[in-house]
Ligand binder design. Structure first.
Ligand code: GTP
Ligand code: MG
Length: 282
């Protein structure tokens, strides 16, 4: 954001939620300034999995998590749960902003249930981190955004639930250079109001704990594999050394010299193995 000091430029995580066709992926693309997510005017849901894409916006790393239409969906319950869990994992340790994406002029029962859905899934507190992002602002004719929004009590309730925060995108208008900075300013303001903190709750803490455990497990397995490789390598070395010593014995045909050669060779192998293994502790 223009004017922000460098120390406020911590990475931002933004989660897009909304019903299928609302324009979540298109909005993600507008924010990131590239075609990061597939968008389409299909009557069928387009995004089937939660994915995360990042870009640097005005010197700040911004990650956008696009999700399938998780509420009011034809997906079976298990798949919805799976994708919801993935959305959580992609946004660990927690998002700075939830953007509730709503297509202008298509406010239906689904959007009304969005509030309940967010509360039920992310927790009551999530509303403090939520901003309504209207799409299709290029398609409202002869009216300002406020003129378009104000007659609808439902929309007003939705905006109120989100602390009065909303923004509108014209996702088809690629020449519009102000809509993303303006959104970022609104998000920035919300983050400041939340003490610069991202949203988190037990669900995120649990997901983060599991991710750390998984990372530890992976590192331990990697170290074990490296150590096993060394052990195999040195075993092969030892066999070669002993065979070499045997050959030497045969050549010099002197038992006393042979014993000395074998002992020296074995000691050298053991010392080398010991040195390497000392560097590969688990
Ligand atoms: N004119 C116009 N079209 C838009 C706007 N935003 C999105 N669209 C179009 O609406 C259609 C649906 O947008 P998507 O971004 O795919 O919708 P979605 O919410 O990701 O849908 P799912 O992936 O099915 O959940 C696409 O054809 C978009 O190009 C907008 O601001 N203006
Ligand atoms: Mg999509």
């Amino acid at each position: 954001m223009a004017g922000a000091t460098t120390d406020t430029k911590f990475p931002l995580r933004i989660v897009l939620v909304g019903k299928s066709g609302a324009g979540k992926s298109a909005s993600g693309n507008t924010i990131l300034g590239r075609k990061a997510f597939e968008e389409d005017a299909s009557p069928e849901p387009v995004t089937m999995a939660s994915t995360c894409q990042s870009a640097e916006i005005d010197g700040r790393n911004v990650s956008v998590i696009d999700t399938p239409g998780l509420f009011s969906t034809s997906m079976d319950e298990e798949k919805v749960k799976d994708e919801f869990d993935k959305c959580i994992l992609r946004s660990v340790p927690g998002p700075h902003a939830f953007l509730l994406v709503v297509r202008l002029g298509r406010f239906t029962q689904d959007e009304k249930s969005a509030v309940r859905w967010i509360q039920e899934h992310f927790g009551e507190d999530a509303s403090r981190y939520t901003l309504v992002l209207f799409t299709g602002a290029d398609q409202i004719e002869n009216k300002t955004l406020d003129e378009f929004l104000s007659p609808s009590k439902e929309i007003q309730d939705l905006i109120d639930y989100c602390g009065g925060r909303y923004h509108a995108f014209k996702n088809k208008d690629k020449q519009n250079l102000t809509q993303v900075p303006k959104l970022m300013q609104k998000i920035e303001k919300m983050v400041m109001k939340n003490g610069g903190k991202h949203y988190t709750n037990e669900m995120y803490e649990e997901a983060e704990r599991k991710m750390k455990e998984e990372e530890e497990r992976r590192k331990t397995a990697e170290k074990r594999e490296t150590r096993n490789k060394y052990i195999k390598g040195f075993a092969a070395g030892a066999v070669t050394a002993v065979i070499g010593a045997g050959v030497t014995v045969a050549v010099v045909a002197n038992p006393a010299t042979a014993a000395k050669i074998i002992t020296t060779a074995a000691a050298a192998v053991c010392e080398k193995a010991g040195n390497h293994l000392a560097n590969v502790r688990l």
